[in-house]
Design a protein around this ligand. Structure first.
Ligand code: S5P
Length: 265
């Protein structure tokens, strides 16, 4: 793909979703393609992580429903830190229901995800209605959606024709879908021209091959250089370390150097 050789900001012109454009530009401005998976269960820890690691990341990924002490001050505090440090918030909600249901899950309930999260994601398993439903809520708010095209875990069913159809669904919804959660840049078999999307990739660790529950890890170089993905998502590899800030700096450098090599800047 020609896009893998271009800079993030040069690719921004080819994206119609405003969140996708914003993310591409801020990565080059901040010189980071690192996202932290902030999988902690207390709001103090979550906000501390956003403040301490904020300067080194492009995306702060949350699982808001694992907080034991969630209250309605959390989204505002996160948004203030996103402004302060210039990152985007990604609630990793993995919607997977029919359009009508996900609309309510995205807009309402306790978390009101659409009101504070720049990015969210969805499994394509129900078919295109899931995108339509989320889009009705998210597009007026200028939000962006990622589709889960592949997963990092052992035995995933998201592969082959499933991933190919996911790519085609994204191509039909470029106003809202700006990329994928995936393990490699996808090309549509038989398609004349490749279209550009952002690939955000979890399952990244420089220390472990996996965990005891099926997670599988690869290095930043494998993800950015070999598989031509765009953002490395790192959780335990950073927040599980004795010095998370020092680790974030290491991962950021590894991810960024791989990007520089790929684009030969
Ligand atoms: O395929 C996937 C998709 C996601 S979004 N595999 C994943 O691991 N994730 C998420 O990435 C997962 O929910 C978790 O928040 C993070 C990986 O965390 P780590 O601690 O294993 O780096």
């Amino acid at each position: 793909s020609p896009y893998a050789k271009q800079t993030y900001s040069a690719r921004a012109g080819g994206f119609s979703n405003p969140t996708g454009v914003q993310l591409l530009r801020l990565m080059d401005e901040k010189k980071t393609n690192l996202s932290i998976a902030a999988d902690v269960t207390s709001k103090v820890e979550l906000l501390k992580m956003a403040d301490q690691l904020g300067p080194y990341i492009c995306v702060f990924k949350t699982h808001i429903d694992i907080l034991s002490d969630y209250d309605e001050t959390v989204p505002g505090a996160l948004q203030a830190l996103a402004e302060k440090h210039h990152f985007l918030i990604f609630e990793d909600r993995k919607f997977a229901d029919i359009g009508s249901t996900v609309k309510s899950q995205y807009a309402s309930g306790i978390y009101k995800i659409a009101s504070w999260s720049h990015i969210t994601n969805a499994h394509p398993i129900p078919g295109e209605g899931i995108i339509q439903g989320l889009k009705e809520v998210g597009l007026p708010l200028k939000r962006g959606l990622l589709l889960l095209a592949e997963m990092s875990s052992k035995g995933t069913l998201a592969k082959g024709e499933y991933s190919q159809e996911t790519l085609r669904m994204a191509k039909r919804n470029k106003d809202f879908v700006f990329g994928f959660i995936g393990q490699r840049r996808l090309a549509e078999e038989g398609a004349e021209e490749d279209e550009d999307f952002l690939y955000l990739t979890p399952g990244v660790s420089m220390a472990q091959p996996g965990d005891s529950l099926g997670q599988q890890y690869r290095s930043p170089e494998q993800v950015i250089l070999e598989s031509k993905c765009d953002v490395i998502i790192v959780g335990r590899g950073i927040y599980g370390a004795a010095d998370p800030v020092a680790k974030a700096i290491e991962y950021r450098a590894a991810g960024w150097n791989a990007y520089l090599k790929r684009t030969q800047q």
